[in-house]
Design a protein around this ligand. Structure first.
Ligand code: 6PG
Length: 253
């Protein structure tokens, strides 16, 4: 792990190596946190990058012979596409099919965004669910751990550069539209993201190397990216990167 300005970087030779290491860290941390926290609230990210983590976790339920008490773990999503849960586009659906259906977790501990609902009503419903299920800090839901990806345009969750106001929204969740595909989305807002106790970006592939450099080196051009605005109140932002995604920052770290 490298501390770089106000960030923690974990850089791996391969995406597979990243997935294996993060799966172990994830299970160990859940087991550790259960010594001091009654309930643990995790927000999963969507897109393709997390799928390799889900594959690892589907195989490796336990770490060091111990498995988290899934009765005390709650899963949420940082964003969701406005599609049915069984759609191949569903962030919940991917996590469920690859991993969550294989662990012994109560159904009520899986708090999916109901993408099949009306987007405006669902943004409100999910906001209320987060406020009633999570501990609040400054009256904002506080996740124990949020996983995030970065889009090629610098979006994170479903906060897009053309709607940067969603990052600073007073709301807990917003309804968004993907600027290229027009796909309707529900997303948590920046104040929920920055309120989390732990935030981890998962970024792999050479396609992300330019944007990773802009953001990590704090270049002026990065300010237009919602991902740049992820600056938690407390603690670090972690960047879990493979060598390809980190290839433009080699000479700076
Ligand atoms: C989504 C995600 C989105 C994703 C990034 C990166 O619903 O698509 O939440 O924010 O994390 O677009 O996606 P990839 O991992 O596929 O590059």
């Amino acid at each position: 792990m490298i501390t770089f300005q106000d960030k923690k970087l974990y850089i791996f030779e391969t995406a597979q190596g990243l997935a294996q290491s993060l799966a172990s860290e994830f299970l160990l941390k859940l087991i550790d946190w259960q010594n001091t926290r009654e309930q643990i609230h995790i927000a999963l990210s969507g897109g393709k990058t997390p799928l390799m983590i889900f594959d690892e976790l589907a195989e490796k339920h336990a770490e060091g012979g111990r498995e988290p008490d899934w009765n005390r773990i709650h899963f949420y999503w940082g964003d969701e596409r406005c599609v049915p849960p069984d759609s191949s586009e569903s962030n919940f659906g991917q996590a469920w099919d690859l991993w969550l259906n294989r662990i012994d977790i109560p159904e009520e501990n899986i708090h999916r965004i109901q993408g099949e609902n009306n987007e405006l009503l669902e943004a409100k419903r999910y906001s209320n669910e987060l406020k009633s299920c999570l501990p609040l800090k400054d009256n904002i839901p506080r996740f124990d751990w949020i996983f995030l990806g970065i889009g090629d345009d610098g979006h994170t969750a479903s906060i897009f550069p053309n709607r940067l106001n969603h990052f600073d929204s007073r709301n807990i969740c917003e309804y968004a539209t993907h600027p290229e595909t027009g796909q309707k989305r529900i997303t948590i807002t920046g104040k929920v993201i920055n309120n989390a106790r732990r935030i981890s970006f998962l970024v792999t592939g050479s396609g992300k190397k330019d944007i990773v450099k802009e953001i990590l080196l704090n270049e002026d051009s990065a300010r237009k990216y919602p991902s740049w605005h992820v600056k938690p109140e407390a603690g670090y932002v972690e960047w879990w990167l493979d060598k390809e995604a980190a290839s433009n920052i080699d000479s700076y770290i």
